[in-house]
Write a protein that binds this ligand. Structure first.
Ligand SMILES: Cc1cc2nc3c(=O)[nH]c(=O)nc-3n(C[C@H](O)[C@H](O)[C@H](O)COP(=O)(O)OP(=O)(O)OC[C@H]3O[C@@H](n4cnc5c(N)ncnc54)[C@H](O)[C@@H]3O)c2cc1C
Ligand code: FES
Length: 275
């Protein structure tokens, strides 16, 4: 069995700013000698020699077999080093880690994906997975509600445009306050969710975003009638090993790295209040 502490080597193939504030970069890494498959919602530990290691959700589609994409916010030591990487440089990747969105259980269901800000990374992976011709027939309607503070902070703008043109996915993109040239929705994600009012009938809600967005979106979904076990989210927690050994990510009865990062709200309700 492969040693889960040893990263595989990958090469930076693309590297570009994703948002207008230049705080988020998307990196495409190419597999070299070793490779792995993954499911939507899983993450990797990304390491740079001499700098350290940090966890990031995989943003690309599991059907994209040649590499992996990550969208990374510059926060501290490791993320600054990642932003400074150049094309052709080598990095270490341990993964895939953690559980994933319940893509098998969701088969035959409608799905509403609700995202905010740069937490949209693994939701992109999930949506691209569900839209793949091999998978699209497995799901009924797919709706995407996605918001950011302003248009420049929305991730994956080209992809969002492509989704808007398709007739097999409903898109509701929003920004917090009106700006000139923006002709889509305006308002916070919880308010827009209430406006769109997705039916809870035979439907999963997959929610990912800043804690404040999740805090106010959950009551809306409950009011609309979504059962707690059909509301799913992904937790970000400080991590070290990423494989359930060090205890760094412990939360109640769970290790977020191993038992999560994906949980439904029935599970989260049993956890200590800090979630
Ligand atoms: C499962 C998972 C998936 C993630 N996916 C992404 C992703 O797709 N894109 C992305 O940009 N980030 C993601 N993160 C967060 C990312 O791991 C942290 O931003 C990163 O570890 C910061 O490393 P650093 O060395 O640059 O910062 P540090 O120098 O360690 O810290 C800089 C600042 O960031 C804070 N910080 C560090 N880690 C976290 C954390 N996990 N939560 C809250 N605050 C933190 C510190 O308190 C400090 O204030 C994810 C985290 C987890 C656990
Ligand atoms: S990060 Fe080590 S147990 Fe989860």
């Amino acid at each position: 069995m492969k040693n889960t502490y040893i990263p595989i080597t990958m090469e930076v193939e693309k590297n570009y700013f994703e948002t207008s504030d230049r705080m988020i970069k998307t990196l495409r890494l190419k597999f070299l000698d070793e490779r792995f498959d993954f499911e939507p919602g899983q993450f990797c530990e990304f390491s740079i020699l001499g700098k350290g290691e940090a966890p990031f959700g995989i943003a690309s589609s599991p059907f994209d077999k040649a590499g992996l994409e990550f969208s990374i916010n510059r926060a501290g030591v490791v993320t600054k080093a990642i932003h400074e990487l150049r094309i052709g440089e080598k990095v270490g990747i341990r993964g895939p880690l953690g559980n994933y969105y319940p893509v098998k259980e969701m088969e035959g269901y409608n799905v509403v994906v609700i995202g905010g800000g740069f937490a949209f990374t693994t939701l992109r992976s999930l949506i691209e997975y569900m839209l793949n011709p091999e998978r699209r027939g497995k799901y009924k309607s797919i709706k995407v509600i996605y918001g950011a503070r302003n248009p420049g902070l929305l991730l994956y703008k080209d992809l969002l445009e492509n989704w808007e043109k398709r007739d097999d996915i409903g898109t509701y993109f929003t920004i917090d306050t009106k700006v000139e040239g923006w002709n889509k929705m305006v308002g916070f994600v919880p308010t827009i969710t209430e406006e769109v009012a997705p039916s809870p009938e035979n439907c999963y809600a997959i929610v990912c975003g800043p804690p404040i967005m999740i805090k106010f979106t959950l009551p809306v979904l409950l009011k609309l009638g979504f059962p707690k076990d059909k509301i799913v989210t992904s937790l970000e927690r400080r991590m070290k090993c990423g494989i359930g050994k060090c205890g760094r990510c412990n939360l109640g009865e769970f290790y977020v790295c191993n038992d999560g990062p994906v949980f439904n709200f029935e599970q989260l309700e049993k956890l200590p209040k800090e979630v």
